[in-house]
Design a protein around this ligand. Sequence first.
Ligand code: ZN
Length: 136
Amino acid sequence: MKVKKINHVGIVVRDIEDALAVYRDALGLELTRVEERPDRGVKIAFLPAGDSDIELVQPTTEDGGVAAFLKKRRGGLHHICLEVEDIEAALTELREKGFNLIDEQPRQGPHGERVAFIHPKSTRGVLIELYELSES
Ligand code: ZN
C-alpha cells in the first residue's frame, strides 16, 4: 500500500464554535468551511494546516459512533486519515493481513472521495481512515 500523506486529523468536539477558540483564535488556523453531514450524524469544520486538514467533528444526533465517543471520552483525537493511491488495493492488502475493517468496501464521500475505516482493534488503538480522491 502506498500512503501519500496525512489527509486530515479528526477531532471530536462538543461544540465547534467553542473549539474555534483554540484552533482558529489561538492556533491561527483558518476556518474554510463547515459541512453538515446528516448521513453520519455530524457537522464538520475544516481548518487546513499546510497540506493536511484539522477536522472538528461535532455530533448532531444522540446516537452514532461520534456521539458515543463524545460521551465516553469527552471528545478529543478521534481518527487520522491517510490518503492512499489505491483504496481498493489497500483494503485487499489489509484484509489479507488479517486486519479488522469497519468498511469492507469504500464508501463514497460528497466530494468525489472514497473512504474506509480500519478498526482500532487492529491498529493498536487508533481509528484509521483511508482516503482516495478519484479523478472525475
Ligand atoms: Zn475523517
